[in-house]
Design a binder for this molecule. Sequence first.
Ligand SMILES: NC(=O)c1ccc[n+]([C@@H]2O[C@H](COP(=O)([O-])OP(=O)(O)OC[C@H]3O[C@@H](n4cnc5c(N)ncnc54)[C@H](O)[C@@H]3O)[C@@H](O)[C@H]2O)c1
Length: 313
Amino acid sequence: MDKCLVTGAAGFIGSHLVEKLVASGFFVVGIDSFTNYYSQQQKKRNIEEFINLPNVTFHSVDILFDDLHSLVKDIDYCFHLAGEPGVRLSWGQTFQNYLHQNVFTTQKLLESLKGTSIKKFIYASSSSVYGACDLPMKEVNQPKPISPYGVTKLAAEQICHAYWHNHKIPFVALRYFTVYGPRQRPDMAFSRMIKCLEIGELFYVYGDGKQTRDFTYVDDIVDATISAAKSGACGEVINTGGGSRANIIEIINLLEKISDRKLNFEHIEGQKGDPSDTLADLEKATRYLNYQSKTHLEQGLKNQFQWFREYGK
Ligand SMILES: NC(=O)c1ccc[n+]([C@@H]2O[C@H](COP(=O)([O-])OP(=O)(O)OC[C@H]3O[C@@H](n4cnc5c(N)ncnc54)[C@H](O)[C@@H]3O)[C@@H](O)[C@H]2O)c1
């Protein structure tokens, strides 16, 4: 039975990944340090979804401060999802958290993997590395991030490349495009909209609401992530987008239809570091991972809405 290490296992995407890996016949070691980026209560609830499954262990570990050697010594695959997400807080004083959780963690993890027989290291990168480039965003484009967050995700990709080139740690960096679904982080737009709809609070739309995103359902991201581990791809960066491009006003309309409620919203100034549009070119994902997004936006939103009603409050 192949053994996987999943970092950021208590997070939104990491917790789904652990469940799917176990269901696919892997033994999983999950680690997380429960950073205070958002509520620890939500992360603890995420863990409850898998902690009692067979073939999984969980350790409360901080990659930066704890010794990793015993955790990585007989690992076949490492899925590195731990990090400090979100564009808006990456400006100013809190930039140091982004350097620590995105750059230093990746370097320390790779250092600990030197000399092991790891089959693949998967890094959860981001569409934020592209910045404000022409659409669709292609891996051959020169990345020009416009947020400090994007800079740290790009730096981590490059660190993966350096350890592959010099220490033969086979890696794939997946550039995730705005992921949504049950357990989505509470700071993300869909989570905030759903909460405001449910409790009747005012929702703030950044800018004119016409900015578009290539929204990706969490199950599709998880499938692509596992495919990347099993694929022959090595030393590659690969986009994983959802093919469901929509703007914020369209999402509000869809959520109003799903909930049969009206969202009370107001426009405020756009956020620095947010590109106006994203859209993934999926040619590489199709070629290397046989990737196809399966979940339609409306169905995915219904699933997230349902989850919020049951667990999210
Ligand atoms: N959610 C998205 O739309 C999206 C898009 C692009 C890229 N990503 C990337 O995917 C990854 C997962 O994102 P998410 O939305 O699930 O975020 P999340 O915040 O829910 O999960 C990240 C987890 O990493 C943990 N962590 C942070 N630093 C750690 C450390 N030093 N040691 C151990 N654990 C640590 C946190 O406690 C958290 O539980 C992140 O790296 C993020 O940058 C996410």
